[in-house]
Write a protein that binds this ligand. Structure first.
Ligand code: I6G
Length: 683
């Protein structure tokens, strides 16, 4: 029974120490060496005995006891942790040529001719973490964050059975920050999602998201239940220990201290050795218990690593060689037809869910009927699906030898599946359209979402769910009806309080003051994107003139050809569109004539330049920044790529800045951007 207050018999003290040593040793054999030495039942018996003794003698409990992995109370937030040695990220290679180019850069910089020795390791699809040990005891664990500052997830990392609370051995550093990748095994991921399915909660899209979500739990008990794993691959801060000469020796030291290192790590020579390793691991990939998305090559000599250094946020001495798109087999359960904003009727394959390219997919767009016919995709077919990186999944081909006997080619329905209107396909065009226009609820919903979107009338708070309700309840038929809605109408909708309804009414009213370009774009005229809407606004200056222009004259506008001109003309010829425009005008939509808004004229000197805007700008909104760029002939993209000319960087820029630096993209702060704009104004 409990003997908390009394002194502890020395036999108990010794037994507790012995049990901890034994349990730690079994954990080491199980997690690090992969050679379990006792049956699970025996391990459980030791663990229960230790727990019982600690319960009886709580004065013996220490933070490093194997029983103390879970126990902390839930947090309310994660604290920031500054990485003394930044956590870098890796450059990618996608082909043998890329690997050869990397190897050449390494040899050129080192000025050596002979083959380089590389430490080759599988690249886990997980979450990078850093775990700090002081005098062998775990003191702090953090996420990578932006590389300089992460989040303190110590409580959660302590719950991972493969993370030692105390390092093994005698030759320990005073301080060591071990860097590694936390992941979920394929099996644990499957079980987690099965559990989510059974309990009606949301499934995770892939093991990496599941691992990241599990690590960011405020309650460590939730993390503990997720069966997370870890592999260590490097060292950040290090004090009181001499680094060996080679990366591979450092990995060996990590595993000696009880830090789990992937057993597939190997030293290889030159590009040939790297490629042989790559092929071997690719061959093992589907049989491995964890997801990998490539392999990593690192110059094995640490003095050479030091000589090579880092560029921006990635080391010059390492590269991740990514696997190509993954392909899987699945079956087509059905082909449905979706109706888009402009009435385009798109066939969509419903698939038996399949895990491919890192996510579970159950739908694939078939684009149009030509594509369906070309690939001859039928319901019941076994198909190869492919998902490359973040690209939309696609059906690559059908396996005809697996086709069931009774399949028939997919037919375009004669009428719209949503509103029953006729579906027509214009001669020579691949798309088929529902002729219902705004009579069709599907088109109406999409049109309203588009009209309210940030780039169009920018009605804050009018999200997709609200639009669905407004249309389903018959409150709104066209964009013009939005301006007739009262606060009382809106307050009657699901999840709408009096206050939000009043806020939305105001946002709708405010949206009446707009620009002609935004208004034209918001109308959703087929083929008229933001840039074309802007050109039209600049050319015509008002709607009345544009509405009554012939297709020939429309082609006087830069970049407008016969197809776009015909679409614009047809849009304005439709009586129901003209009626909506009249109503919108009566509702009070107004815009200054474009010439009048531009107090100064600007040249098109940013033509051909692509900008990305990130972070919070202090002196203008992102939308205003975008307008300035477009006005000068530039384009604005969402993501940084090699094609980006400038990244405009406000406060708290996040990962785009890192990516820009990696691609050598010029980064402008708000001041520099302002000067660039000034310099491109005509005087
Ligand atoms: O994110 C990473 C995954 C795996 C890495 C890494 C790694 O080695 C197997 N190595 C380094 C040096 C870095 N990130 C920066």
């Amino acid at each position: 029974m409990a003997k908390a207050g009394s002194s502890v018999p020395s036999a108990v003290v010794q037994r507790v120490a012995r049990l901890r040593e034994e349990i730690d040793a079994h954990n080491y054999r199980y997690y690090v060496l992969d050679t379990p030495s006792i049956p699970d039942a025996e391990y459980d018996r030791l663990f229960r005995e230790l727990s019982r003794l600690e319960q009886d003698y709580p004065q013996l409990v220490t933070a490093e006891s194997p029983t103390q992995r879970v126990g902390a109370v839930p947090l309310t937030a994660f604290e920031p942790v500054r990485h003394i040695v930044p956590m870098l990220s890796l450059d990618n290679a996608f082909s043998e040529e890329d690997v050869a180019a990397f190897d050449r850069r390494v040899r050129d910089r080192l000025n050596v001719d002979e083959e380089i020795e590389y430490s080759a390791e599988p690249k886990l699809d997980g979450v990078a973490v850093s775990i700090r040990y002081v005098n062998g005891l775990l003191t702090e664990g953090a996420t990578r964050g932006d590389g300089f500052t992460g989040e303190d997830i110590t409580q959660n990392l302590r719950t991972l059975a493969a993370v030692p609370l105390r390092l093994r051995g005698a030759d320990l550093p005073e301080v060591i920050e071990a860097r590694g990748e936390v992941y979920l095994s394929k099996e644990a991921f499957r079980a987690l999602n099965q559990h989510a399915l059974n309990s009606g909660t949301k499934e995770f899209v892939n093991p990496r998201n599941a691992a990241a979500g599990s690590l960011r739990q405020l309650d460590p008990k939730v993390t503990a239940a997720r069966r997370l794993q870890v592999f260590f691959y490097g060292i950040g801060e290090l004090r009181g220990w001499r680094m060996p000469g080679r990366h591979s020796e450092m990995l060996h030291a990590l595993s000696q201290w009880g830090l789990r290192v992937n057993r597939l790590c190997e030293v290889v020579r030159g590009v040939g050795g790297c490629m042989a390793y790559y092929r071997r691991i690719a061959g093992l990939r589907s049989d491995l218990p964890f997801e990998i998305d490539g392999v990593v090559y690192k110059v094995d000599s640490l003095s050479r690593q030091e000589e090579l250094g880092s560029v921006s946020r990635s080391p010059r001495w390492a590269i991740a060689h990514k696997f190509p798109a993954e392909e899987e087999l699945t079956t087509v359960a059905a082909v449905d037809f979706q109706v888009g904003r402009t009435g385009a009727v798109t066939p969509v394959a419903r698939l038996d869910p399949v895990f491919v390219g890192g996510v579970t997919i159950s739908n694939a767009t078939l684009h149009n009927m030509d594509e369906v016919a070309r690939k001859d995709i039928r319901v019941g077919d076994t198909v190869v699906v492919r998902r490359a990186g973040d690209v939309i999944p696609e059906i690559v081909r059908v396996l005809p030898e697996r086709r069931p006997a009774d399949t028939r080619p997919v037919q375009l329905p004669p009428t719209c599946p949503v509103c029953g209107s006729e579906i027509r396909r214009a001669a020579g065009r691949a798309v088929s359209r529902c002729m219902g226009g705004l009579y069709c609820p599907a088109q109406r919903k999409q049109a309203l979402k588009h009209f309210a979107s940030r780039q169009a009338l920018n009605i804050e708070g009018l999200g997709d769910r609200l639009v669905e309700q407004l249309v389903d309840r018959g409150l709104v038929q066209s964009p013009a009806d939005l301006y007739q809605l009262t606060t009382a109408d809106l307050a009657g909708l699901e999840r709408m309080g009096e206050k939000s309804a009043a806020k939305l009414t105001k946002a709708i009213a405010d949206s009446k003051n707009t620009t002609l370009a935004r208004f034209l774009f918001g109308l959703g005229i087929p083929e008229v994107g933001e840039a074309t809407a802007r050109s039209l606004a600049e050319h015509f200056g008002d709607l009345a003139t544009l509405q009554n222009t012939s297709p020939e004259r429309l082609q006087d506008v830069p970049d407008i050809g016969p197809v776009v001109a015909a679409e614009i003309h047809a849009f304005f010829r439709q009586e129901h569109n003209r009626e909506i425009l009249r109503k919108l005008r009566r509702a009070g939509i107004n815009y200054p004539r474009p010439q009048a808004t531009v107090a100064r004229s600007v040249g098109k000197s940013l033509t051909g330049k692509t900008f990305v805007i990130t972070g919070k700008l202090e002196n203008m909104t992102r939308e205003q920044a975008k307008e300035h760029i477009l006005e000068r002939g530039g384009t604005v993209a969402d993501a940084v790529s090699q094609k980006t000319s400038y990244l405009v960087c406000g406060l708290k820029p996040g990962s785009k800045r890192i990516k820009a630096e990696k691609h050598g993209v010029t980064v402008l702060d708000e001041d520099q951007f302002f000067h660039l704009l000034k310099a491109t104004e005509d005087t």
